[in-house]
Each structure stands twice: as C-alpha cells, then as structure tokens.
Ligand binder design. Structure first.
Ligand SMILES: Cc1cc2nc3c(=O)[nH]c(=O)nc-3n(C[C@H](O)[C@H](O)[C@H](O)COP(=O)(O)OP(=O)(O)OC[C@H]3O[C@@H](n4cnc5c(N)ncnc54)[C@H](O)[C@@H]3O)c2cc1C
Length: 416
C-alpha cells in the first residue's frame, strides 16, 4: 500500500484495519544474485538503490537481529556535509542531496529536519580552521556560513559565552544540515526495498563465507547455506568479523560510542550544536528530549553498552557549554559498536576475493552517509566500478598512503 492522504483517510474510517505489513517476512531462497550482509541503514539503502537503479536480479538482505537493531537505530540522528577533504566533500554532499529527496523517493516520513548544524569555535586558531573548511565547502558548492559571537548568540543565547577557558568566538553553520529520525530511515528503506522484491531476512546470522577458487559463492547462515552471485558486506561495527570470514584483516577497530537523552523539555534549542573545546554535541528531539553524545569509549569492544568515565566526560563538556543543563535529569543512555577506520573515513570497495564487496569504516559518522553509501555501494556492486564520488574511498588507500584524514590525527582511533 502506498502511503498517502487517501490511505490515511481510508484507514481512519475503517478502524485502521487495512494497513498491510511494512515488509514481508520471507524464508530465504536457495540462491540470490546479490546477498547483502547487514540490515542496517547502509545494507537496506544499498538494496533499495540496487533494486531501483540496477538490473541485478534477485536480492536478499540478511540481518542477524531485526531491522534497526544496530547503529542505524542507535545514533544521534545528525546529518551534514561539512567536510574539508577531497574524497569526502562530494560524497557527503551527494548523501545530503539524497536526504533532501528521500521521503518522496521511499514514500515514508523520515522526519528529515534541516534545522542547521553549528560548530562552535573557542580560539582564533579554531576559527581559522573553520574559515578554511567553510571556504572548501563553498568551493565545492556546499552551503557554509561563518558566524561571529553575536550571530551565534542570536541562535543560542543561553550558552556560556564568557566561559573563562572556552569563550565562544563564533561558529561555522551549515543550514542544510540537521536531523532525521533514525529508525524511520531503517523502516523506510526496508519497506521500499521490499516493495521492489528484495527479500529482507531477519534473525539470519551469516556465520561463514563459502569461497571457491578465489570467488565467493555464497554464505553460511543460521538458516542454512544461501548461494550468491555476489556478496556485499555492510556489517558496520562487525565488519572486521565478517571480513575475517574471507581471511581478510581490515584497517578497522571496533569501539563503543554512547548517546544520551534527557527528560522531555519544552522547545529550547532548534538547531544542532557541537562544542569546540571538548567532544560534546546537542540537539532536541521532537519529543522534547535533549539528545547528546561525545567521544568513543576508547577501548576495543563489541558490547552495545558503555562505561562511566565517558559519561562523566560528556557531562563535563555539557556543563562547560550550557550550565543550565545541570538542572536537567538524564533519562537514558545506550551504546553502539563503531567500525573505526584508521583515517576516520569509510571504505566502499571491491575486495581481493572475487564478487565480494565491502562497505565499512563509518566510524561515528555513518548515519548521515546512509543514502550516499547505499547509492554508491549499489553502483559498485552492479558495475564493478566505483561511483565517481566514492572513488577515493578505496581499501588500498592505507597501503598507498592516500589517507583521507579529516581530523588530522593519523591512525589513532583511541586518541581523545
Ligand atoms: C551512539 C551513536 C551515535 C551516533 N551518532 C551519529 C550521528 O549523529 N550522525 C551520524 O552520521 N552517525 C552517527 N553514528 C554512526 C552511525 O550510526 C553508523 O556509522 C551507521 O549507522 C553504520 O551503518 P549501519 O546503519 O548500516 O549500521 P548498523 O545499523 O549497525 O547495521 C549493521 C547491521 O549488520 C548486522 N550484522 C552484523 N554482523 C552480521 C552477521 N554476521 N550476519 C548478519 N547480520 C550482521 C548487525 O546486526 C546490524 O544490524 C552514531 C553511532 C552511535 C552508536
């Protein structure tokens, strides 16, 4: 059923009894032309764009949990394309453009809200860095505005502007950035892919890859062997484990990242703000909770829960920026497993194993990339050629020394 005003009215007057399930729950077939491992945002988006734009035959998405149980339903929902480096700029801008048309494309209300993303600066050097970043963005056709302290104050007057250690000197604003309801993205892509014939198979864990004469021929799963012409890995925090099934060691470490939500409050902040003197960012959800997060926990883990030192670190930053938060109660927190690549940028590439493709290394910024990643990964799987905007996101860039190190800290995902 297509979602529309007519379908809303029809159901309103028929006891909400005519809705059909958003997607089917099929048993796996013996063979697919493309098997995507991982039913997170990236795997489902890949399935949608593959089915929509490429004639590749039968497609399945295999998910070990349920749709939305991974990072796609655990992130802090921020989207933006305020990147500096070639390799990232065009890719993330493509993704933001796809967000802008997403709800029409998949016929699903994902609550795309372009409320702006404002990065605060607290030193002259930081402002210089934002000038450089903003200029690079504008040269690439991406919107960026540099704000002085008074302009920031007009946006968010309640922050601590005159903090002795971290005075707010200005900020870099991307107005087209914002938030999207994360689990609606998973549901929307799942429904759209399903409507185009993709089999989404939940509670089906891939436990091994069958490789014959250097080519992948299928996957071993908890529901038995499934043959595949092509296998595409989109396991996010579990990428290293999936790659190990093909004997590959990735330049990736898995780390926990936590997020926090406060009790519901009246509207206080209508944009997304990042603190520039510590790892802290905040926005307000439509339910009223302040949503905020900080840095990774800093040790390798596959647990979807974090530790108290990072909670303290995030709360300290929150208090430095916005002292009134001290009166607010924290409602809940959770963690997700991040696939931290060694330069902080993702990988969308073929692997040395024939017909095996890899989508990984999204670190703590892969939600915003969901549409772009799915679009470019689908292009790669269908054509065996990288999409032009993703042609630097290659696996061999680490061996070639062609890193895309946006943060400029080198291969140190542990570094705070
Ligand atoms: C707390 C937190 C805050 C974040 N905030 C932001 C943000 O504000 N903005 C942003 O851009 N990014 C953010 N991120 C990062 C973002 O969520 C991830 O980079 C992105 O969601 C990863 O891609 P995905 O959606 O495909 O991952 P997932 O949803 O994790 O999908 C991977 C799927 O693969 C499945 N899987 C793994 N192994 C197997 C197997 N063997 N067999 C079958 N299935 C398997 C998993 O169950 C999982 O469902 C945040 C992440 C966290 C945890």
């Amino acid at each position: 059923m297509r979602y529309s005003l007519a379908s809303l009215l029809l159901n309103a007057f028929s006891g909400q009894s005519r809705w059909s399930p958003a997607w089917r729950n099929p048993e796996p077939a013996a063979h697919y032309d493309v098997v995507i491992v991982g039913g997170g945002g990236h795997g489902l988006a890949t399935a949608h764009y593959l089915a929509k734009h490429h004639d590749v035959g039968r497609i399945a998405v295999l998910e070990k949990g349920y749709v939305g149980s991974g990072n796609v339903g655990r992130n802090t929902t921020i989207i933006r394309s305020n990147y500096l480096l070639p390799g990232n700029t065009a890719f993330y801008e493509l993704s933001l453009k796809l967000w802008e048309g997403l709800e029409q494309d998949i016929n699903f209300n994902a609550m795309v809200s372009q409320r702006g993303v404002l990065n605060l600066c607290h030193t002259d050097a930081q402002r210089d860095a934002y000038v450089r970043r903003g200029n690079a963005m504008r040269l690439n056709g991406v919107d960026a505005e540099l704000l002085d302290a008074d302009q920031v104050r007009a946006f968010v007057p309640f922050f601590n502007f005159d903090n002795a250690r971290f005075p707010i000197k200005g900020g870099l604003l991307q107005k087209r950035g914002g938030t999207v309801r994360h689990d609606a993205v998973a549901w929307g892509y799942a429904r759209a892919a399903d409507r185009q014939g993709v089999d989404i198979i939940q509670h089906c864990e891939v436990t091994g890859l069958r490789i014959d004469k250097g080519k992948v021929t299928g996957v071993e799963t908890t529901k038995g062997f499934i043959g595949a012409g092509k296998v595409a890995l989109a396991g996010a925090g579990h990428s290293s484990r999936l790659a190990a099934m093909a004997g590959m060691r990735l330049p990736i470490e898995s780390h926990v990242l936590q997020a926090f939500v406060s009790e519901a409050l009246k509207p206080m902040i209508d944009t997304v703000v990042t603190f520039g003197a510590g790892h802290f960012y905040v926005s307000q959800s439509d339910k009223g909770g302040l949503v905020f997060g900080g840095d990774i926990d800093g040790y390798n883990s596959y647990a979807q829960r974090g530790n108290l030192p990072v909670v303290e670190d995030v709360m300290e930053s929150a208090m430095a920026l916005w002292p009134a938060l001290g009166r607010v109660r924290l409602l809940r927190s959770w963690g997700g497993v991040m696939d931290m690549s060694m330069d902080g940028s993702p990988i969308i590439d073929k692997t040395p194993v024939g017909n095996l493709y890899l989508n990984a290394g999204w670190c703590y910024g892969g939600f915003k990339a969901t549409p772009g990643s799915g679009y470019c990964f689908a292009h790669l799987i269908a054509n065996d050629q990288p999409h032009p905007v993703a042609d630097r996101l290659r696996l061999d860039r680490f061996a070639r020394g062609a890193l895309i190190d946006e943060k400029g800290v080198g291969a140190q995902p542990n570094l705070h």
